[in-house]
Design a protein around this ligand. Structure first.
Ligand SMILES: [Zn+2]
Length: 194
């Protein structure tokens, strides 16, 4: 119990720091318990988005309309690709070779596990995620809502950025901005995605 309280205090000081811009009300919720790659891989990916046919699993406790969620993921993916690549949003339908020669499979090969909120994660250099991309598994876990700083699925484009060439250590992140910027956020002083 003590640990929980300490974590809550730590967490609230972080969100306060992030919200000094003023008109945001920080979420008071704690991150969800740990979600691992194993958890994600054991899901059934029975849903597909209407446009890119991305394979999706939505956790039972995610609120909102399923069709809206799927449409939202498609729309934001198209926006990201259109912003990031001269070839535009159509590259998501086919394999696409990025700078450096790596071939990225069509988005229909990607698996996405949607969870309701910021979650504890096993990522390099962090233990709390709003999204995570597993290189080699072509799998994203994405939080629908986050700690009150941004719009829904704010880090979806960030994780897609990783799929399309942004390094795991973010050393080349500058080449992906502003196309991956979290939606609806006000200048975050630290990065929440992974
Ligand atoms: Zn990242």
């Amino acid at each position: 119990m003590k640990l929980k309280i300490i974590f809550a205090l730590l967490f609230s000081s972080l969100t306060n720091l992030a919200c000094d811009a003023g008109d945001l009300i920080p979420e008071s919720g704690s991150p969800l318990p740990l979600i691992t790659l194993d958890d994600a891989e054991s899901q059934e990916y029975e849903l597909t988005t209407p446009l890119y046919r991305i394979r999706v699993s939505i956790r039972e406790d995610v609120g909102g309309n399923e069709e809206n969620i799927l449409g939202n993921l498609d729309e934001m993916a198209a926006n990201f690709l259109d912003c990031q690549f001269d070839e535009g949003a159509n590259i998501g339908f086919d394999k696409f070779t990025i700078e450096g020669g790596e071939e990225i499979p069509p988005l229909s090969q990607l698996s996405v596990f949607v969870v309701p909120f910021t979650f504890r994660c096993e990522a390099e250099n962090r233990d709390t995620c709003d999204g995570i991309y597993y290189f080699g598994n072509d799998l994203i876990i994405i939080a629908r809502e986050n700690r009150g700083l941004c719009d829904n699925f704010a880090f979806w484009k960030h994780e897609l950025g990783h799929r399309y060439g942004m390094a795991g250590d973010h050393s080349n992140q500058g080449g992906f901005e502003p196309c991956i910027d979290p939606a609806g956020c006000i200048d975050l002083p630290f990065e929440l995605g992974d």
